[in-house]
Design a protein around this ligand. Structure first.
Ligand SMILES: [Zn+2]
Length: 170
């Protein structure tokens, strides 16, 4: 079942999440719902806080459903390594209509459990490394706008405040 995506301004997006204790049937349902919600959006990643659940869990698929092996679920993920730098345009399903150039490491190695509780390590580069870092940020209560400085950030925040006042946001 698709779940509503929480937008920028909601407090759940700005706080750290709790580890997943056990992969219960409820967690499996949450994962299925998150995958469906991500594909419907469409997006290349979705973190649990974006569907109003404060748990350390995200789904990612940089092929948006075209290559089955690209769909990954990460439960209680942690970075093992990060290196280099990439500057690319980035967006977020919680900030529809907004993008900005964000600096991120170009490589990232992530460790975490899959939906069956199996531990795995994935080495990522480029877009996948960016997606990992974007989703990991969500688990720590950080959005891509929080990584922008000065006027770039102010312009986006001001436009969202305006949309909020006119009832077109949220
Ligand atoms: Zn996002």
């Amino acid at each position: 079942m698709r779940r509503p995506i929480v937008k920028y301004g909601s407090r759940i997006l700005q706080r750290a999440t709790e580890p997943v204790d056990a992969i219960t049937p409820e967690i499996q349902t949450l994962i299925d719902d998150m995958i469906e919600t991500m594909y419907a959006a469409p997006g290349i990643g979705l973190a649990a806080p974006q569907v109003d659940v404060a748990l350390r869990l995200f789904v990612v698929d940089i092929s948006v459903g075209r290559r089955p092996q690209d769909l990954m679920v990460f439960i209680n993920p942690e970075f093992v390594a990060r290196e280099g730098m990439q500057l690319e345009e980035e967006g977020c399903l919680s900030l529809p209509g907004f993008t900005a150039t964000v600096a991120r490491p170009i490589k990232a190695t992530l460790k975490g459990q899959d939906r069956h509780g199996v531990e795995r390590i994935v080495d990522a580069e480029g877009l996948l490394a960016r997606a990992f870092q974007h989703e990991m940020d969500h688990l720590d209560g950080t959005l891509f706008v929080d990584r922008l400085r000065g006027i770039k950030r102010d312009v986006i925040v001001r436009r969202i405040h305006k949309l909020t006042r006119s009832g077109e946001w949220g």
